[in-house]
Ligand binder design. Structure first.
Ligand code: KIV
Ligand code: ZN
Length: 419
């Protein structure tokens, strides 16, 4: 293995690679609190959003989109609190060397952008993310403007955002169904106006991996100034291709991925963070990037997001589903007992799943309970809090045969916020 030092603006890491290729840092932009919260039926309180944001910071996420500040006073308040309270955190981020960038979403209007800036600017590192649709179908039926007006609005929104903030991202909504050459024109103008990240949403999850990869490559090569900005993927999962499309985007030059925990989001959801990261993790030599996600925090963050959002994770969901590391058939069990790699392509511990076989219920004792909550990140509780949590666990176990990690996290996070 070759050990090399990679220097990336604000990142300096010693990493080992099996092949002597030069890798670039992948920027992981989590939008669980914005696009994820747009999942039908999901509403999170400010406290819940703060808790998720803290976990995302320890997970090693580079940028979080904390919300859509103009949407409501509650959204504004949550984004501003995250910027103030989570924005400066360095806990568990020492190897990354900088806190998270806190971003907020804004339509391409001065009013939205100003409000967004008021909320995010409390964070040491912050970003304004503004967007405008570029597909003819959106221009004609939703915005009722022509292409010239679209270019004018996009460029003037970015110029205004840039007058407030150095870090500006622009998204061309519905890029997946936009005319490529028109996209190059719009994106060239927003680069000229100061955008530093260009995000290419497949808003309705329409493209295939090949098509999406070709689009990213074409835009990078044909947009004036395209080589000086970061290109980003943002894929929806309507056809079940969000992760494949995102990976194809990376192979074709994207260096930021927009993702959510458990793939929550509008309709069929967004690309799942855990899927993209574990694909890169299990195939390091296939991708020209490295990431700085602390993979052992994945399961813990997944269970927290699931219990706070009420979006249940399907048992057979890759990486974080309850069955993802269980072996049922005799042949598989026999194989795994002989050598784990016969039926495991990653170890559960890599994503923070420990003791998959330990079932907690009313007969479980204090040691088993302590060991499980320690693995879930609550190991440093004062003894008095531990005793309270254990009593509540026993009460719950009287009414429920099997206590899952989701139950435990609900119980523990409830205790932290009510005490
Ligand atoms: O899917 C989409 O187009 C979006 C943009 C607002 C970034 O979520
Ligand atoms: Zn989206």
């Amino acid at each position: 293995q070759n050990t090399r030092t990679i220097v990336f603006p604000n990142f300096k890491l010693n990493r080992c690679f099996s092949t002597p290729v030069s890798k670039e840092k992948l920027i992981v932009f989590d939008t669980s609190l914005r696009d994820g919260e747009q999942s039908p039926g999901v509403t999170l309180t400010s406290e819940e959003k703060l808790e998720i944001a803290r976990h995302l910071s320890s997970l090693g996420v580079d940028v979080i989109e904390a919300g859509f500040p103009i949407a409501s006073p509650g959204d504004f308040d949550a984004v501003a609190r995250i910027a103030k309270e989570v924005g400066p955190l360095m806990n568990g981020r020492e190897k990354i060397g900088k806190p998270m960038v806190i971003a907020g979403l804004a339509r391409a209007t001065e009013k939205d952008i100003k409000r967004c800036h008021e909320a995010v600017s409390h964070a040491p590192l912050h970003r304004i993310h503004t967007f405008l649709a570029t597909s003819d179908i959106h221009l004609k039926h939703k915005l009722k403007i022509d292409r010239e007006e679209c270019i004018r609005r996009a460029a003037s929104a970015v110029a205004y955002a840039k007058s407030l903030c150095e870090d500006v991202e622009f998204s061309s909504e519905d890029s997946g169904r936009s005319d490529k050459d028109f996209l190059c024109k719009v994106l060239g103008k927003v680069i000229e106006a100061g955008a530093t990240t260009l995000n290419i949403p497949d808003t309705v999850g329409y493209t295939s991996p090949e098509e999406y990869g070709v689009l990213i490559k074409y835009l990078i090569e044909n947009t004036p100034g395209g080589h000086k900005v970061v290109w980003s993927t943002h894929c929806h999962n309507d056809l079940g291709l969000a992760t494949a499309n995102t990976l194809s985007g990376i192979l074709n030059g994207a260096r930021q991925v927009e993702v959510t925990i458990n793939g929550i989001g509008e309709r069929a959801g967004n690309t799942a963070l855990e899927e993209v990261i574990m694909n890169i993790h299990t195939h390091p030599s296939s991708y020209p990037v490295f990431h700085t996600i602390n993979t052992q925090q994945i399961y813990r963050t997944s269970t927290l997001v699931s219990s706070l959002s009420g979006m249940v994770v399907q048992p057979n969901k890759s990486i974080v589903g309850a069955n993802a590391f269980l072996h049922e058939s005799g042949i598989h069990q026999d194989g795994v007992l002989k050598h784990r790699q016969t039926y495991e392509i990653m170890s559960p511990e890599d994503v923070g799943v420990f003791n998959v076989n330990l079932v907690l219920g009313k007969l479980s004792g204090r040691n088993a309970f302590r060991s499980r909550i320690t693995e879930l990140g609550y190991g440093d509780m004062a003894e008095v809090d531990f005793n309270k949590a254990f009593d509540r666990f026993k009460e719950l176990a009287d009414s429920k045969k099997r206590i899952t990690d989701h139950d435990l996290l609900a119980l523990l996070s409830d205790q932290v916020t009510t005490d």
